[in-house]
Design a binder for this molecule. Sequence first.
Ligand SMILES: Cc1cc2nc3c(=O)[nH]c(=O)nc-3n(C[C@H](O)[C@H](O)[C@H](O)COP(=O)(O)OP(=O)(O)OC[C@H]3O[C@@H](n4cnc5c(N)ncnc54)[C@H](O)[C@@H]3O)c2cc1C
Length: 430
Amino acid sequence: MAWDFSTEPEFEQKLEWMRQFCKEEIEPLETLNLDYETLVKVVKPMQQEVKKRGLFAAHLSEDLGGQGFGQLKLGLMHEILGRCYISPLVFGNNAPDSGNAELIAIGIKETGREDQRDKWLEPLLKGEKHSGFSMTEPGVAGSDPTLIKTTAVKDGDEWVINGHKWFTTNGSIADFLIVMAVTNPDVHPYQGCSMILVPADTKGVEIIRDVPTMGEPHVVFGTFGGHSEIKYTDVRVPVENLIGHEGQGFRLAQERLGPGRIHHAMRWIGQANRAFDILCEQSLSRFMHKSYLAEKQTAQNWIAESYAELMAARLMTLYAAWKMDTFGNKASRVEISAVKFYGAKVLYNVIDRAIQACGALGFSGDLPLEAMYRYARAARIYDGADEVHKVTIARQVLKNYEKKEVLSEYGPARRKLAEEKFKDVLLNLT
Ligand SMILES: Cc1cc2nc3c(=O)[nH]c(=O)nc-3n(C[C@H](O)[C@H](O)[C@H](O)COP(=O)(O)OP(=O)(O)OC[C@H]3O[C@@H](n4cnc5c(N)ncnc54)[C@H](O)[C@@H]3O)c2cc1C
């Protein structure tokens, strides 16, 4: 009977080192508001330390050339990294670089195109280059990627790309972009879209702006974590810049998004735990109306509900990670979708309660809560809006049921069947 909630001691030691390193070395950087270039310089020696310990860019499976930690261990690592937005950069697995590296690695595995390893994959894994994932377009619903308008047409030994994208995270600091485009308009988009690698300085790539958002209302162009609007006009790249096989863009996107969602969800738990710590500290420290906040039932409800929701989200996520490691990504679709929308809600709820407990201080910039709250809102939209994941779950779950004329639990029908089944027994009793 294997049903174990513990972490093996050797790996727990690594996690403990990560907890301390993130708390003592990385988290204090948050308060300095460094610009991107300064931040990159400051974290360099930290990245060296992480590399020395074999924990840098640890997200690839063994068959893709990585360390092969598996989703469960990666999940536990991301829980620690999620407390602070700078930590994933220090550990070489910030979005979208980690997911993009995975895409390129899967492409290399499927096509044997080893030239893409040195040129695109290795610089990403070493943290020497940054990338963007350019799929969503301003004019059409991102939730329905079959509506994509961007095209890539083969002309000799080049792709010619035309389209308009936005919300390409890190687009304005990226060395290259992965563009999702229609390469065959004559078939269903699920078989007619492809992903193509485009160096950001290619002629015709116009990074128009970093879009101001709820997370960064006064965004400075070229900032780490910015979301770029990009126009691609007659952009020419060699045909060998295709990732995987032609027409496989959607399938590759699905493979990339599964693990990414687990990592997001565990980072949210790390974030929410930080808010939970503030909620508990504040409850014990704030005195009003003859008692501490912690002695009032409202605050006790906030703490108890947050604790239970966090525990539920954590177990759901670790279970999904275990299922992915054991049965693969495809078999874990329902669990991944459940984690994605439920985790986003828990993150939001816990931060909201912590803000309420802190009153004006919670609303102010003197605590990290207000920023956490603004960023948390996006979690219900990116990597698939809540509603899309709920559709996936409901569709899959309903496959286990069938339409009935009379519901299985309808009492009179059940009684009739039971009377028939026990007829002889009941007769013999009288
Ligand atoms: C912080 C952030 C980072 C992002 N990073 C990237 C990136 O790096 N690269 C990239 O390509 N994109 C990125 N995106 C875009 C993201 O993928 C899209 O926002 C998302 O896919 C939703 O698409 P949309 O915004 O066009 O909303 P729409 O598709 O227009 O949907 C609007 C709303 O309709 C509802 N809805 C959708 N489908 C259904 C349904 N079936 N049933 C009921 N209701 C439904 C949902 O509530 C949804 O929020 C990012 C977005 C954010 C917020």
